[in-house]
Design a protein around this ligand. Structure first.
Ligand code: NOJ
Length: 534
């Protein structure tokens, strides 16, 4: 394969702006803070940053409730700050993606304020209004992802509006061509300003069955199963009409050079793949959440997930892998409790950064940051109503060992409590040759310098050891072997099907390198190694 596009060879780094760096000193991260820390991002070795929403918002869902698609919330800064950040990123060779939220607005968005005024409002049909049932109850039994019914009755008319998320996030009507046109204009507004693309929020639920049928009770969750990535709501998940919107958004994007569309789609693999488009005229990267929704971090699960995803990819479609995000528990916690050992985050990163396809990393995962400890009186996530708070994965970036870990000034209360990784802050890990941060940097550097890791084929080996996941990446004359021990025992692995002799380039503990006999590769408990073959 010849040298490919930036979003194929690059690595995406998700920044949750509230939590990255607070320059203004109000306890909430902001754009100036991100700009001040861009060199850290560059030194990490990623290629693009994706910012969770930064638009004006009442913050009922911390920015995913947008009151103005083409402004910046004062807590984050100004439009000038954003322009400066884009320029600063570009001057360092970094791309910048914004988060586009097309499924819903805030109830304080002028569109909804107008829509709710009355049945004859010109914008009534921009949202999903229905009459009450004859008994006065909600139009159907659909649940909100944040708990309770997905319908809210409005005093002005007695009708209900649909909100699949918070009641302050009314769903837009994607059957209305004016809504589509308005969102496409929003896209052009940011693309014109030089933004390199979008991550599309809640992209699997844009269309609703116009008959609004009651839905069957969901099947019970399997043990350890997360309530995402299932197909439980056929009346509004992945409706056929989506494919037209995918093509339209791609056409809007393609009018600008070199931009990318990434979609948030919690869907079974076969459904997910349709978002590439039959002729690959759809999304560039429909997010692959296999590693995020995986129940066990053991070798069998990892192998199964990689095999299933690779097998499901349509010809020519570019793969991608996500390790964590602001909606899921931290990978260091997930992997450690689910089988990948105490340093599970390390093994998980070696996997992420050596698989075939574009990786997405979540801020602070590179430090091995575990779930934060959020005392009950500090819980702020609206989803906490369902019994699970996402605050644990949104704690501030621990920059140094000073007050508030350098995230915000001393004496200011950060919006969420500070959590510090076992290996310490960024400042501490920068100085440690074998830290998790050093490992992430080493893996990113290796990837940058290896055509096999960036663009090569992948072949899963079938090792005799059930605890091992081993695969070979090949491009041209370069062959790289990756072997990951998901068990707590020392092992000796025969990977001679990949070659005879090799050189260790990286291990999860960063404590050995040099020549190895690939037919007798030793792996310590929970150790991963990257070996280039001679
Ligand atoms: C998915 C986002 O990632 C999540 O944080 C948000 O609450 C919902 N979509 C609603 O926008």
């Amino acid at each position: 394969m010849s040298e490919a596009l930036w979003w194929q060879t690059g690595v995406i780094y998700q920044i949750y702006p509230r939590s990255f760096a607070d320059a203004s000193g109000d306890g909430v991260g902001d754009l100036a803070g991100i700009e001040a820390r861009l060199d850290y991002v560059v030194q990490l070795g990623v290629d693009a940053i994706w910012l969770s929403p930064i638009f004006p918002s009442p913050m009922a869902d911390f920015g995913y409730d947008i009151a103005d698609y083409v402004g910046i919330d004062p807590v984050f800064g100004t439009l000038d700050d954003l322009d400066r950040l884009v320029a600063a990123a570009h001057s360092r060779g970094l791309k910048l993606l914004l988060d586009l939220v097309p499924n819903h607005t805030s109830d304080e968005h002028p569109w909804f304020v107008e829509s709710r005024r009355g049945r004859d409002s010109p914008r009534r049909d921009w949202y999903l209004w229905r009459d009450a049932r004859s008994d006065g109850g909600p139009p159907n039994n659909w649940p909100s992802f944040f708990g309770g019914p997905a319908w809210e009755q409005d005093a002005a008319t007695g009708q209900y509006y649909l909100h699949l998320f918070h009641r302050k996030q009314p769903d837009l009507n994607w059957r209305n061509p004016e809504v589509r046109a308005a969102i496409y204009d929003v896209m052009r507004f940011w693309l014109d300003r030089g933004v390199d693309g979008f991550r599309l929020d809640a992209y699997w639920v844009l269309f609703k069955d116009p008959d609004y049928p009651d839905e069957a009770p969901p099947r019970p969750l399997g043990e350890g199963e997360l309530p995402v990535g299932r197909y439980d709501h056929p009346a509004y998940e992945d409706r056929a009409e989506m494919q037209e919107v995918v093509r339209e958004m791609r056409a809007v994007t393609d009018a600008f050079a070199d931009r990318v569309l990434v979609g948030e789609l919690y869907l079974p693999l076969a459904r997910l793949m349709t978002y590439y488009g039959e002729q690959l005229e759809g999304l560039h990267l429909p997010f692959n959440f296999s590693l995020v929704t995986m129940r066990r971090w053991d070798a069998a699960s990892v192998r199964a997930v990689v095999e299933a995803y690779e097998a499901a990819l349509p010809p020519g479609a570019w793969p991608n892998w996500v390790l964590g995000n602001h909606d899921m528990p931290r990978v260091a916690t997930r992997a450690a409790v689910a089988g990948a050992g105490p340093a599970g985050g390390r093994l998980a990163h070696m996997l992420l950064l050596t698989l075939r396809g574009t990786p997405t990393c979540f801020y602070a995962d590179e430090l091995g940051l575990p779930n934060g400890d959020i005392p009950p009186d500090r819980v702020v996530d609206p989803q906490a109503a369902t019994g699970r708070t996402r605050d644990v994965s949104r704690t501030p970036m621990p920059w140094d060992d000073g007050p508030n870990a350098g995230f915000c000034p001393a004496g200011v209360e950060p919006w969420l409590p500070i959590a510090v990784p076992p290996e310490g802050s960024v400042a501490r890990q920068v100085g440690e040759a074998r830290s998790s941060l050093a490992l992430t940097r080493a893996l990113l550097a290796l990837r940058r310098n290896s055509v096999a890791l960036r663009l090569g084929t992948i072949e899963l080996l079938d090792p005799a050891e059930p605890d091992v996941v081993a695969y070979v990446r090949r491009a041209g004359a370069e062959t790289t072997l990756i072997a990951l021990n998901f068990g707590g025992r020392d092992l000796r692995l025969d990977a001679s099907s990949a070659g005879d002799r090799g050189t260790v380039r990286c291990t999860t503990a960063l404590d050995r390198d040099g020549p190895v006999d690939v037919a007798a590769l030793t792996l310590r408990p929970y150790e991963g190694v990257v070996v280039t073959l001679d």
